[in-house]
Design a protein around this ligand. Sequence first.
Ligand code: SF4
Ligand code: SF4
Length: 355
Amino acid sequence: MATATKSLKKQGSDLAQSNRQIEILSNGIFKSGELSTFKDKISETNQFPLKANKLEILQINVGYMCNQVCDHCHVDAGPDRKEIMTRETMRQCLEVIKNTSAHTLDLTGGAPEMNPDFRWFVEEAAKAGIKDFIVRSNLTIIRANKKYYDLPEFFKKHNVHVVSSMPHWTRGKTDKQRGDGVFDKSIKALQELNAVGYGMPDSDLRLDLVYNPSGAFLPGDQAAMEKDFKKALLEDFNIQFHNLFAITNLPIARFLDYLIASENYEDYMYSLVEAYNPAAVKSVMCTNTLSISWDGYLFDCDFNQMLELPVNSKIKHISDYNEELLEGRNIVISQHCYGCTAGAGSSCQGNTTSV
Ligand code: SF4
Ligand code: SF4
C-alpha cells in the first residue's frame, strides 16, 4: 500500500460517496450469483434477519478529523475532514449515557482527541460511572503536538481504557500502512502510557492494541499474534500491553479504494466469503452496539455509519433516543458484513467485536 496524503473526499474520488461503495458491493460477483450475498449466506443458517439485542456498547464517533491518513481507513479520516461533533450533540449523548443500560462507552473518530471538546466530554462522561470507558487512540496524536503530551495522565485521571492501533512491531510495516514516522511516535506514546501505569501486568489501567493487515489478506491467529507482539515490543522497546485485537479490514472507503486500485477486490471478497463462519454471526458488534455519528445520527455500527446506512427504526437521532424502540430492530446488512464473520469473527475489537 502507498500512503495517501488526502482523504478520498478531499481528492473528489467517487468512492467518497457511500452510494457508490454500496453499488460496488451489491453488483458484480454478488449480483451475478458467483458469490452469495451476505443476506443469503446468513439465511442458510436461519440467522436472517440479524437482530439487535440488548444494548451493551454505545460507540460515539466525535469526528472524522485525524492527524493521519492511513491507507486502510474505513472512516476516510484525515486532517482535511472537518466533520466534528458539537458540544450540543455531546450534551444529547450525555443524557443518553446517564440513562442507558449500556456498560461500555466507546469514543472513536478520526482521532477523537482532536475534537476541541474532547476533554470536556470525557470529564462529563466519566462522571456517569460507566463500567468500561474506551477511547480509541491512534497513539501518534499523543506526540503530534505538545498540547496532547499530557494525554496519558488525562486518560489515567479518568480511568479511560485505551485501545490503540499498532499495525506491526516493525517500523517498515507500520510506516508503510500508516505513514512515515508513525512507528517511532507510536513507540514513544506506548512508553509514555506504560510510564503512568497503562498496560502493566497487574494494572487496572487497560491498554489494548489493535492489529489489522497491511494488504489484501485476512489477519492470522489472534492469540499467536498477541504472543509475537508482546515478545517483540518487550524485547525491543520494553513496552507492555494487555491484549491484542486482530481486526479484518472491511471493504469500504479507503480500503475498498486500495482493493480496486490494486485489482484485489474480487480476490479479497472471495477470501472473506470462503472464511465465512456462521458461528461468528451471533456475536457481531451490531448485535449489542449502537453507533452515533458526529452529527447525532444512529447506526448499527461504525461501518454502516460510513456507508450512510441508518438504523432500521423510526428513531434516527440521539435527540429522540428510545432504547426500548431500538432493541430488537433488524440490522442493516450488506456484503461488507462478511468482514465481521471471517474466521473467528472481527469487527471493532478483534475476535470479540478503527482505530
Ligand atoms: S485508521 Fe485511524 S488513525 Fe488512521 S486515518 Fe483512520 S482514524 Fe486516523
Ligand atoms: S459491518 Fe459488521 S457490525 Fe456492521 S452491520 Fe455488518 S455485521 Fe454488523
